[in-house]
Design a binder for this molecule. Structure first.
Ligand code: CA
Ligand code: CA
Ligand code: CA
Ligand code: CA
Ligand code: CA
Length: 390
């Protein structure tokens, strides 16, 4: 081949490989664009589907809201409410709410703040009745306190005021910091327990006991779930502990300290097998009816809804609801909640649900977080057949 022919051949070869490259690039770009469009369509229809599911969940308005916690409008501060039933005067029952940036607030059933205790970074709170202390029968509250990684214990007085009653700093062995908490009163022994967890899914079971004129505690058992937990509640009559693994579902354990440490996941309690649930699983409480029946109410924080399961049997999922705008604003991203089936006087004659509101609005302005109060009968009537009242 002479030099001219050689050069021509090289030029032609370059042209061919240039064309091949162009074709390859064009196909690649078209493929990538097509894939992107398909992904977008899938995502959009996914969002639409999620919206359709959300729109199908019925909503109810709250009857009242508490004074906001004394923190900034942007602060994630209010966290977990506990209802204290005043059995001798139900109208004077109280809501005790944690302010995880500062302490505990006590409200009446209209939401007025009666007391505020700046006792630390209080995360979760729970109440039990009838602890015998020096011959006195008292109502007590336990709180997970992240200031010093302890359980704070209080005596609840007739007005709803609180007195510290822990004998010493009851320091947790949990790594990092304490997080969720609930109480349990054993139907077997009559003993009082506190369950407390950390963000690694470890749960301590503490037994409470009298020491002179105060209360102390000792760890009697540890439980474990694979990932982060917070919301928990115990069903005393059934001797059961429910634990919300935030990105998985609800675990059911036996609550007695000598029971097996093996838990079981409740079917349809996570977003993988229930399209009405969106993580995180947060606060939960048991609505108690006669003969061991009732409901387990759980915050599905990711879609601002609450899932309802049967208390008895295999905890069948019954449906979900939302708390929407009414005379007070609707509820978003709920952390903690509490429910009771006990009639609470003229305002809540068929029971009450209290839910933390992550986005508390005052008109069109965002205010500090607070707690919403909802009549149980208005929740019950959202279901078909309606949930029972008593
Ligand atoms: Ca929150
Ligand atoms: Ca609580
Ligand atoms: Ca949480
Ligand atoms: Ca709200
Ligand atoms: Ca409001």
């Amino acid at each position: 081949m002479d030099t001219d022919t050689k050069n021509r051949k090289i030029t032609e070869e370059r042209k061919v490989s240039g064309k091949k490259l162009m074709t390859f690039l064009t196909i690649t770009i078209i493929t990538v664009l097509t894939a992107a469009v398909i992904m977008l369509v899938i995502k959009r229809s996914g969002i639409r589907e999620e919206q359709t599911i959300l729109n199908s969940i019925p909503g109810v308005a709250a009857q009242a809201e508490t004074l906001p916690v004394p923190q900034g409008a942007e602060d994630d501060a209010a966290d977990d409410p506990a209802i204290w039933i005043n059995y001798s005067n139900p109208d004077s029952s109280r809501i005790i709410g944690t302010d995880k940036k500062g302490g505990l607030a006590v409200y009446d059933l209209s939401g007025n703040q009666l007391f505020y205790y700046p006792d630390g970074l209080m995360n979760n709170a729970d109440v039990r009745y009838g602890f015998v202390l020096n011959g006195d029968t008292i109502d007590i509250m336990a709180v997970s306190n992240r200031t010093d990684n302890t359980i704070s214990l209080y005596r609840i007085n007739k007005t709803g005021s609180l007195d510290k009653i822990h004998k010493r700093q009851i320091i947790s062995e949990l790594e990092d910091e304490v997080y969720g908490l609930c109480m349990y009163k054993s139907p077997v022994s009559g003993l009082f327990y506190v369950f407390m967890n950390n963000k690694f899914g470890v749960i301590e079971q503490w037994e409470l006991f009298q020491d002179a004129d105060k209360i102390d505690g000792k760890i009697v058992r540890k439980l474990k779930v694979p990932t982060q937990v917070e919301g928990m509640t115990a069903d005393d009559e059934m001797a059961v502990l429910y634990v919300g693994e935030e990105d998985t579902g609800i675990w059911k354990f036996r609550a007695e300290p000598d029971a097996t440490a093996e838990g079981a996941l409740i079917p349809k309690s996570g977003e993988k097998d229930n399209e009405y649930i969106k993580y995180d699983i947060e606060g939960m409480a048991v609505f108690i009816l006669q003969d061991g029946t009732g409901y387990l109410v759980v915050s599905s924080q990711g879609n601002d809804t609450y899932a309802v399961f049967r208390r008895e049997g295999t905890n069948e999922y019954l449906g979900s609801f939302r708390i929407t705008d009414g005379t007070v604003d609707g509820v978003q991203i709920t952390d903690g909640l509490d429910v009771t089936s006990h009639p609470l006087g003229t305002l809540f004659p068929a029971g009450l649900m209290v839910a933390q509101d992550g986005t508390n609005m005052e008109g069109d302005k965002q205010a500090a977080q607070n707690f919403k109060l909802i009549k149980w009968e208005s929740i019950a009537s959202l279901f078909s057949p309606a949930l029972l009242l008593k």
